[in-house]
Write a protein that binds this ligand. Structure first.
Ligand SMILES: [Ca+2]
Ligand SMILES: [Ca+2]
Length: 207
């Protein structure tokens, strides 16, 4: 498991209080996997390349369910520093070829209530119930609006449903508000790529 990378996102223009920026992560460093997971060894995660399925670039994340039941949580990204009214959108490409049955993976969110603590779980933030068409790659995305009762969201991939079930994830994208205090973590050690419409800068990597 890689050490977390802390990206300090600061507002570049004081007037753009509702500004957002989008960051992407495609596992292209060849080593990163996930930020964490719920429960020890709930999933087996590997940074892979062809002949494993890859959506973009030359690497993707292989996620193997390692629980006999339940839908284990793989932590793909973490946003903290949220305030009431903040909107976060996250999505990723996912791959399986088992239409209508497992293996499958869906996007979900977990709330955190302690600033900058990915393990300070304080309830489900909800997500998408659908597991996709299971006909190869498809994109899944969810949007959360913070009500102020929590200040962070752990972006999760949740697999279904038996030990050994295998899916792949690639080209994660997360859109976050850009006000002061917002932090975005990806499972990598390099800075993410800002979207073209980003009007603020990623200024500092603490690790
Ligand atoms: Ca990739
Ligand atoms: Ca499936």
């Amino acid at each position: 498991m890689k050490r977390m990378l802390l990206l300090v996102l600061m507002l570049a223009f004081a007037s753009s209080a509702m500004a957002q920026a989008t960051y992407y992560f495609g596992w292209e460093d060849g080593t990163s996997t996930v930020l964490g997971m719920y429960g020890p060894d709930a999933v087996i995660v590997t940074n892979v390349t062809a002949p494993d399925p890859v959506y973009m670039g030359s690497h993707s994340l292989k996620v193997v369910d390692n629980l006999e039941d339940g839908t284990p949580q793989a932590y793909l990204a973490y946003v903290t520093g949220l305030e009431a009214g903040d909107v976060v959108t996250a999505g990723f490409w996912r791959y399986d070829t088992t239409a209508g049955g497992s293996p499958s993976i869906r996007i979900w969110g977990g709330k955190t209530c302690t600033y900058d603590d990915i393990n300070s779980y304080c309830g489900s933030a909800g997500g998408n119930g659908d597991y996709g068409p299971g006909e190869g790659w498809d994109y899944t995305e969810h949007t959360w609006t913070c009500d102020g009762s929590y200040n962070g969201i752990v972006i999760q991939g949740r697999t279904y449903s038996n030990a050994g079930d295998t899916t792949w994830v690639d080209e994660l994208q997360v859109t976050v508000p850009t006000h002061e205090g917002v932090l975005l973590y990806f499972p990598e050690t390099d800075l993410p790529v800002a979207s073209e419409d980003s009007n603020f800068s990623t200024i500092k990597a603490l690790y």
